[in-house]
Design a protein around this ligand. Structure first.
Ligand SMILES: NC(=O)c1ccc[n+]([C@@H]2O[C@H](COP(=O)([O-])OP(=O)(O)OC[C@H]3O[C@@H](n4cnc5c(N)ncnc54)[C@H](O)[C@@H]3O)[C@@H](O)[C@H]2O)c1
Length: 285
């Protein structure tokens, strides 16, 4: 169902790789809500993924850019204004990658060249995006920029590794840049902290299936899906949230405010029975 929330608005969506990607759902929904958009990803992802299909489906231009390359990002903003015919009203940063996670390096055995890459792709790219946009004055008054993040920025989650540090930095950039861009051009910048979601990036996290199940059991509303995340993005891109900025907004079915739920507790109790001796003591070994 469409509400026409983005009628007449122009947007750029970074990070759609395939139909599971959160950015893919956001792109589809933004067009349904009346926006015209461009989409961007790395040249390699465009070659290997299904992004050109999405471009055809939505009748929008696909612009290659490595989000770690400032000049590439400048070109995305320049070209997008050209093809869409004016300043940009909304931007989605939906980009994350950790070579340490990919190579199975534990957090206490990080490769620092890889850590730099993690931070550059997953966090500093957001600063580069904002700086490029601001210097080009490419974002319209009350434009809305959203980056996707995860709660491991605040609380330690097993397996999230150096991506936790990247997300903490990403959220900090939203606040620091949000102050300056808000003060000078009324542009708002927020992060949405999404539930575990089965995507290409999500599936790379160690123990993702169990993390997904645990979060689902703890959250009173259950995990938020990629489609539901796209719905939330629509509201954040719309004129209904003109005074929301510099926030980290949890979109997680209530997970971040929970301690323990009945459903998780039952699972926990059941799960330990096989590790108990005849006296009910847990055998850890
Ligand atoms: N899946 C989850 O559980 C989850 C939960 C919370 C937040 N997030 C965040 O949502 C965002 C989108 O991830 P997703 O889950 O849709 O997975 P995804 O794998 O579909 O998207 C990640 C995207 O990042 C792009 N990317 C990687 N390196 C890049 C670079 N150098 N330049 C430009 N793009 C690059 C990839 O091509 C891909 O399109 C990420 O920031 C992720 O951390 C995901």
């Amino acid at each position: 169902m469409s509400y026409g929330l983005l009628k007449g608005k122009r947007g750029i969506i970074f990070g759609a790789l395939n139909e599971h990607s959160i950015a893919w759902k956001v792109a589809v929904k933004a067009v349904e809500e009346g926006a015209t958009i461009t989409i961007s990803n790395t040249a390699l992802a465009i070659r290997m993924g299904e992004i050109n299909e999405l471009g055809k489906q939505l009748n929008c231009e696909v612009i290659p850019a490595d989000a770690t390359c400032y000049e590439d990002l400048q070109e995305v903003f320049r070209r997008s204004q050209e093809v869409l015919g004016g300043k940009i009203d909304f931007v989605l940063h939906s980009i994350g990658m950790s070579p340490n996670v990919r190579k199975g390096r534990a957090y206490d055995d990080l490769d620092y060249t890889m850590l730099n890459k993690t931070l550059d792709i997953s966090a500093i790219s957001f600063h580069k995006m904002l700086q490029a946009a601001k210097k080009l004055d490419a974002i319209a008054e009350y434009g809305s920029v959203v980056a996707l993040t995860y709660m491991a920025a605040q609380r330690t989650i097993f397996g999230y590794n150096d991506m936790a540090d990247a997300k903490a930095m990403l959220e900090s950039i939203a606040r620091s840049f949000g102050y300056i861009y808000g003060r000078e051009r009324n542009v708002r910048i927020n992060t949405i902290s999404q539930s575990p979601t089965m995507t290409t990036a999500g599936s790379g996290i160690k123990g993702m299936d169990r993390l997904f199940d645990y979060a689902n059991r703890i959250s009173p509303l259950g995990n938020a899906s990629a489609e539901e995340c796209a719905d939330y993005c629509m509201v954040m891109f719309s004129d209904l949230t003109r005074k929301v900025t510099m926030q980290n907004l949890f979109h997680d079915g209530g997970f971040s405010s929970m301690g323990m739920s009945l459903s998780a507790m039952n699972t926990y109790e059941k799960g330990l029975e096989e590790f108990m001796d005849e006296n009910g003591n847990i055998i850890y070994g």
